[in-house]
Ligand binder design. Structure first.
Ligand SMILES: C[S@@+](CC[C@H](N)C(=O)[O-])C[C@H]1O[C@@H](n2cnc3c(N)ncnc32)[C@H](O)[C@@H]1O
Length: 405
């Protein structure tokens, strides 16, 4: 197969066709999405970038950073755009709201809804809105309406929407999105779940929203009234715990634990599908938060490599444990295990190993989680537990419930 990286063809049409070839079969599964990616000239939305960069399937291009260097707007990688458009299952004639503009994804949506459909794209940043309007006009997609607003309130004048496609990392689902969704509508949203992000396709139900699929992804953060409330709690030099809301644990005792001897235990269970296992661990026991260590901390031997990508850590009192892996042919390639620290290291390691075994025996496959979003009402406020209950993640406007089948 010719890929964009090794392609010797230089013109935009050939590069585009090579990109679509790479995406086909994995990210792109339908003829409609193939046709959209084939039609839209992506390089016209990647102003100032080399032609080849525009057509690398897995490459996001940063459009704007904060003064601290944090990316706040980007042309998302074609791969995740294709995945989300397949999740959205957009049909001709639909009305679609895109949250987060850039122009390219809106043009793909315009191709999917066709001449009888309508695409509204909203962005909070005036510079991005101007840029998106210019790129869309240049590429011939000026039927897309680009609106300057905080998407926390949706875009009421274009509602109801058959699809809402969110292209910024959302910490919650604002009531306006649910209110502005058509009765059989679908929201595809990169939702933050205790430090993880999954693109979830949610369909409307009588009590809220129910997932039909979810996929691993990463996005620039939502700004404005819906911005997240995650905080990093330093555990040691080069390592943090990512916490939603109040920490609720004894951080001083945990800092002491890091300095103690570590305990290593192995599960005898298979390790693969890391994104599925990670979501299971984060949502299947109380007291699990994301631990992230720097590469330097791992190189100094203070933390295992797994912690550099972010790993679920199970906390109990002043002790904690996190997942590691090692090669093991007997478990199909790799075996999962844990490193545990603190006075109750043995106990917390045993509980973590139990979770690893449960996942491997009962849930080790793609798509085993069912994710529900229940908007907050007086009834849900009293019946749902705290954010430390397993499977329930309490948000500002509702509760996310993750159940494993
Ligand atoms: C990844 S970019 C969008 C990419 C774009 N859809 C494309 O075609 O590639 C995310 C955008 O979300 C916007 N954004 C962040 N918070 C927002 C909010 N509360 N309301 C509207 N837009 C927001 C940012 O300004 C940024 O431009």
């Amino acid at each position: 197969m010719t890929t964009v990286r090794d392609s010797s063809v230089g013109d935009a049409a050939s590069l585009r066709s090579a990109m679509v070839g790479e995406l086909r079969g994995e990210a792109i599964t339908s003829e409609a999405v193939t046709a959209a990616f084939t039609a839209v000239p992506r390089h016209l939305f990647a102003v100032g970038e080399p032609l080849r960069a525009a057509y690398e399937a897995n490459r996001a291009l940063v459009i704007k950073r904060t003064t601290d260097g944090e990316a706040i707007s980007s042309l998302s990688a074609a791969h995740i755009q294709a995945v989300m458009l397949e999740q959205a299952a957009v049909e001709p004639g639909m009305r679609v709201l895109e949250v987060g503009s850039g122009g390219y994804n809106a043009a793909l949506l315009q191709e999917l809804v066709g001449p009888s459909g309508k695409v509204v794209s909203v962005d909070i940043d005036p510079e991005i809105v101007e840029r998106a309007r210019g790129c869309l006009a240049e590429a011939g997609y000026d039927r897309v309406e680009v609106v300057l607003a905080d998407a926390e309130n949706g875009v009421p004048h274009g509602a109801p929407y058959d699809r809402i496609v969110v292209t910024a990392g959302a910490w919650d689902i604002p009531p306006a999105w649910v209110e502005q969704l058509a009765p059989a509508g679908r929201i595809v949203v990169p939702l933050r779940l205790k430090g993880l992000t999954r693109s979830i396709a949610f369909d409307r139900t009588s009590s809220g929203l129910q997932s039909s699929s979810y996929r691993l992804c990463g996005f620039v953060p939502m700004q404005g009234d819906g911005a997240g409330t995650e905080q990093r709690v330093p555990l040691s030099d080069g390592a943090d715990l990512w916490v939603e809301g109040e920490a609720g644990f004894d951080i001083e005792a945990l800092r002491e634990a890091v300095r103690s001897a570590q305990l290593e235990r192995w599960s005898g269970a298979a390790f693969d599908l890391p994104d599925e296992l990670e979501l299971f661990l984060m949502t299947s026991a109380p007291g699990v938060v994301l631990l992230r260590a720097s590469t330097e901390a791992a190189e100094q031997g203070l933390f295992a490599l797994s912690a550099t990508r972010g790993v679920p850590a199970l906390i109990s009192g002043g002790s904690f444990a996190y997942r590691i892996k090692r090669p093991n042919e007997a478990t199909g390639g790799f075996e999962s295990g844990v490193l545990a620290y603190g006075p109750e290291a043995e106990d917390v390691a045993a509980r973590y190993v139990d979770l690893l075994r449960r996942w491997a025996s009962d849930h080790r496959r793609r798509g085993a989680a069912r994710i529900q979003y229940i908007p907050r009402t007086p009834a849900t406020t009293t019946t749902t537990g705290s954010s430390r209950s397993s499977g329930l993640i309490v948000k500002r406007h509702g509760v996310v419930e993750v159940a494993w089948q």
